[in-house]
Write a protein that binds this ligand. Structure first.
Ligand SMILES: Cc1cc2nc3c(=O)[nH]c(=O)nc-3n(C[C@H](O)[C@H](O)[C@H](O)COP(=O)(O)OP(=O)(O)OC[C@H]3O[C@@H](n4cnc5c(N)ncnc54)[C@H](O)[C@@H]3O)c2cc1C
Length: 344
């Protein structure tokens, strides 16, 4: 019931067209479940969705109502916002909001991999939000999606060797663009341009598995090339990959804690038997780049690796030492729940 009440709140607020400082950056419509998992969109200057939370209210394990705010509660607040569902039932969120604005988006096809390597920062900075889509099959990034504020100057027809699409396209080019939001520079409200897919239409392929890895931005190009070298192992099981940028934040369990990141997302065919063989190869290839997994998606990193990857988090050591089961979000969530319920 509580989740439903929050869901109604989010949808009412979205329908009024009022963007919060981060939720308009996501490729899907937000729900209350997005905040605990640090769900993100893309943009060099954009933090994940959880960074828009200014205050929260929840019922803890003792049945007490706890209210925390960014302004008053310092580390206690920063340790609670991304909580993987482990702190109790969140009943209220207060969000930073912005005046509404218009946006437009452009898609470019076939960005040469060498251009991506040479100009990665410029490419990812070419709009308010930029995504790269690829299937790792050739020497090109298949598509570059650039989302701009409506008043920004249109990008050139040639974008680092990629060509402007001449019709609306789906990230998987063989699928009809019917479910996608308007492209070709047609201006519209932010909430009909920031998500790739139209509200009430099937996002992505609709029948898929997902994995996503965060690497510090300074390692982005090397990490992408490491994944590209695995192309022949990845491509047979993949629908499409998306590369995005997220700014650093100060939320303890956020994969972007104190580091601006690039994410490498894999939309897999629904074939866990094969996907679970490829994930360790990707994790091994990204191991040298301080990789962290997305909490809401599939990964196979063992606890020791995860502990190392998150060693700069200010969570107490005893919490980690009791993390013995498979490193999945439920385990970590439980540990954080223990910690926060001790202090509240
Ligand atoms: C099609 C698709 C596209 C996606 N795109 C993106 C993307 O662009 N970027 C990205 O980062 N991720 C993306 N994701 C993953 C997404 O972040 C998670 O699936 C999302 O967080 C789940 O939200 P939910 O409301 O469905 O979550 P649930 O699974 O219902 O909840 C998620 C967590 O939040 C907790 N929770 C929910 N409500 C409350 C509450 N009121 N109080 C306390 N805890 C609560 C739950 O216990 C759970 O631990 C995508 C997933 C899908 C299926």
């Amino acid at each position: 019931m509580l989740v439903s009440a929050m869901d109604i709140f989010v949808r009412t607020w979205m329908s009024r067209g009022m963007p919060c400082t981060t939720w308009h950056r996501c490729r899907i419509s937000p729900s209350p479940g997005h905040v605990p998992l640090a769900t993100h969109g893309s943009g060099m200057q954009n933090g994940n969705l959880s960074t828009a939370v200014a205050a929260m209210e929840f019922i803890n394990a003792r049945g007490e109502i706890v209210r925390l705010s960014r302004q008053k509660d310092g580390d206690t607040f920063r340790g609670a916002v991304v909580h993987l569902g482990g702190i109790g039932l969140v009943t209220k969120l207060t969000l930073d909001v912005l005046p509404t604005f218009q946006m437009k988006q452009w898609v470019y096809l076939n960005l040469p991999m060498q251009q991506m390597q040479a100009h990665f920062e410029d490419i990812m900075s070419a709009g308010y939000s930029v995504s790269l889509f690829t299937d790792w099959k050739g020497n090109d990034i298949n598509q570059v999606w650039i989302k701009q504020k409506a008043d920004d100057a249109d990008p050139d027809k040639d974008f680092y060797g990629a060509q402007a699409a001449t019709r609306d396209v789906h990230p998987i080019i063989a699928i009809s663009a019917e479910n996608c939001t308007a492209q070709m520079g047609v201006a519209g409200p932010w909430y009909e341009r920031m998500p790739h897919f139209r509200m009430n239409f099937t996002p992505s392929s609709g029948k898929e598995l997902q994995s996503e890895y965060f690497v510090p931005r300074k390692h982005a190009v090397d990490a992408l090339m490491a994944v590209n070298r695995l192309g022949k192992h990845i491509a047979p099981h993949l629908l499409i990959s998306e590369v995005r940028a997220i700014d650093a934040d100060d939320l303890w369990m956020s994969p972007c804690y104190q580091q601006p990141c690039v994410t490498i997302h894999f939309t897999w065919k629904q074939d866990w038997d094969n996907v679970k063989k490829v994930l360790p190869m990707i994790e091994q290839a990204l191991d040298a780049y301080d990789v962290r997994p997305h909490w809401a998606k599939l990964f196979t990193m063992p606890p020791a690796k995860l502990r190392h990857a998150t060693s700069n988090w200010p969570i107490s050591k005893p919490c980690y030492s009791s993390m013995t089961a498979t490193a999945n979000s439920a385990t970590i969530s439980w540990q954080v729940a223990c910690m926060v319920n001790q202090s509240w």
